[in-house]
Design a protein around this ligand. Structure first.
Ligand SMILES: NC(=O)c1ccc[n+]([C@@H]2O[C@H](COP(=O)([O-])OP(=O)(O)OC[C@H]3O[C@@H](n4cnc5c(N)ncnc54)[C@H](O)[C@@H]3O)[C@@H](O)[C@H]2O)c1
Ligand SMILES: C[N+](C)(C)CCCC=O
Length: 486
């Protein structure tokens, strides 16, 4: 397995790598072994200022291009990403610890899909002509917002950078993107590829740092829009800071989503959906269906089949294509997960399998399954963001809908049943933004992604994202005389 060359500096500003060792050291640890694979530096105020100035300087000329011209750059970037999928996937694995088996099909490819999709839309982002009574008429102009800030979470660094950059740039904006301090490497490659594809220097910039850097970007008066992917507590802080200056926001936040399995579901599909919705990316996925409600008379068969299939998980070197389950992203996240597992046992849930730390370097834990979980338990109420599945029993449809909705979150929901009328009826009653019927965690860029309630505001991907990265100017045109009362 070839290792791509690590980024040669911490930041990417004005079309080139920029280093500034005055910033606090930011070690990059490979989660599979615990070894430090790079030392970056957090952005200083001077670096943040430089990035925002570069974005402001590039945005006007970029917006003056036609959408078709902008789209051509984005589609070229998509082609470059696909051509380099192997190296980008290895870098994603080294940044996050996710198995290459996953990153080679779900990260850079998803980023390329977004660049291609919004590159294709860019030329169609027009206004409209509205015919009015008396010969008057109006027209609208779809305008960019200006300078956008993207703030990334650590679990999908390449995808998150592209899901924000692609619609932002398609609409004529510039962006300063700050990846998570935990996984800082991948976004630097996205920035380099955009330059190779013909993006003007300064259009898409990457700066490193943690909350303080994110807060400085959010509140800077040069910033017109903030798009955050992160936890609900962070979302509340960022939303409030952006609201103080009436900035546009997109909030892609956390969840504790329900996955409902009726007794007429295809058992292997339902178990497969639960595995995808709890153990893909070692459970570090926002939209995961971590509250698995199984109709009571199917519960034992479900747990038995789940145990059989969990035995097939290949826990090993994430760079080995055979590996299907990798480490947690960090020691800190692993400790959070271990604490929740202890809490679950203390509160009376039955640990059916897994949940043990592996005695090897790195951040390793085996996939955990709890049964006999009740709605009041901490592990059933709080987002764990790790490989911990909670299996809860239910009797009937009305009961499970009420229990599934009894949460402050509303990111995703899944239903498995062979009765499609019931499937659509139950999905329609669940309070969630991104839902799945007889499937789980599919996220093609053509489909909106995002949550309701505390899980967020706005949508990423699909044509819906255009509304969050542009604004409409309306122009009323009077063709006759102006009639005034005096
Ligand atoms: N809805 C989605 O699409 C989605 C996708 C992935 C992850 N998530 C959520 O993200 C969380 C895990 O990621 P995380 O631990 O990186 O989240 P986090 O909230 O700790 O950090 C997210 C980003 O916000 C920055 N940040 C932190 N405090 C800030 C502040 N005060 N002002 C500005 N920026 C600030 C961080 O540096 C990071 O870049 C989970 O809750 C998960 O559900 C949501
Ligand atoms: C593409 N997935 C798997 C839905 C993940 C989206 C980002 C949330 O963690």
């Amino acid at each position: 397995m070839t290792y791509p060359t690590q980024p040669t500096a911490s930041h990417f500003i004005g079309g080139e790598y920029v280093e500034d060792t005055a910033g606090a050291a930011l070690p990059v640890v490979y989660p599979a072994t615990g070894e430090t694979i790079a030392i970056l530096h957090e952005a200083t105020p001077a670096i943040i200022d430089r990035a925002l100035e570069a974005a402001k300087g590039a945005q006007a000329d970029w917006a003056a291009m036609s959408g078709t011209e902008r789209g051509r750059v984005l589609r070229r970037a998509a082609d470059i990403m696909r051509a380099r999928n192997h190296d980008l996937s290895v870098l994603e694995t080294m940044d996050t610890g996710k198995p290459y088996q996953e990153t080679s099909v779900a990260d850079a490819t998803s980023g390329a899909d977004a660049l291609e999709y919004f590159g294709g839309l860019a030329g169609s982002l027009t206004g409209e002509h509205i015919q009015l009574p008396g010969g008057d008429w109006a027209y609208t102009v779809r305008e960019p917002l200006g300078v956008c800030v993207g703030l990334g979470a650590w679990n999908y660094p390449t995808q998150i950078a592209c899901w924000k950059a692609a619609p932002a740039l398609a609409c004529g904006n510039a962006m300063v993107f700050k990846p998570s301090e935990t996984t800082p490497l991948c976004a630097l490659k996205v920035a380099k590829i955009l330059i190779e594809a013909g993006a003007p220097p300064g259009l898409f910039n990457v700066v490193q740092g943690a909350g303080a850097a994110g807060a400085a970007l959010t509140t800077d008066p040069r910033v017109d829009k903030v798009s955050l992917t992160g936890s609900v507590p962070t979302g509340k802080k960022v939303y409030a800071a952006a609201a103080a200056e009436m900035k546009h926001v997109t909030m892609e936040l956390g969840g504790k989503s329900p996955l409902v399995v009726f007794d007429d579901a295809d058992l292997d599909d339902a178990v497969g959906g639960a595995i995808l919705g709890n153990f893909y990316s070692s459970g570090q996925v926002c939209s995961n269906g971590t509250r698995v409600f199984v109709q009571r008379n199917l519960r034992d068969a479900f747990l038995d089949r789940l145990s059989e299939r969990l035995a097939n998980a290949v826990i090993g070197d994430p760079l080995d294509p055979e590996t299907s389950f990798g480490p947690m992203v960090s020691e800190g996240q692993l400790q959070i997960v271990l604490n929740y597992i202890s809490k679950g046992t203390e509160e009376g849930a039955r640990l059916v399998s897994g949940g043990q730390r592996l005695d090897r370097p790195g951040c390793w834990i085996t996939p955990a399954v709890f049964a006999d979980v009740t709605d009041d338990m901490t592990i059933a109420r709080e987002e764990i963001f790790g490989p911990v599945m909670c299996v809860l029993d239910f009797e009937n449809e009305d009961e499970v809908i009420a229990r599934a909705n009894a949460t402050e979150y509303g990111l995703s929901a899944g239903v498995f049943t062979s009765d499609l009328q019931r499937g659509h009826r139950v999905i329609g009653a669940l309070q969630a933004g991104s839902c799945f019927l007889n499937s789980y965690n599919d996220a093609p860029v053509e489909v909106p992604f995002g949550g309701v309630k505390m899980s967020g505001v706005g949508r990423e991907n699909s044509k819906a994202a255009i509304e969050h990265y542009s604004q409409l100017k309306s122009v009323y045109v009077r063709m006759g005389r102006v009639e005034a009362p005096f």
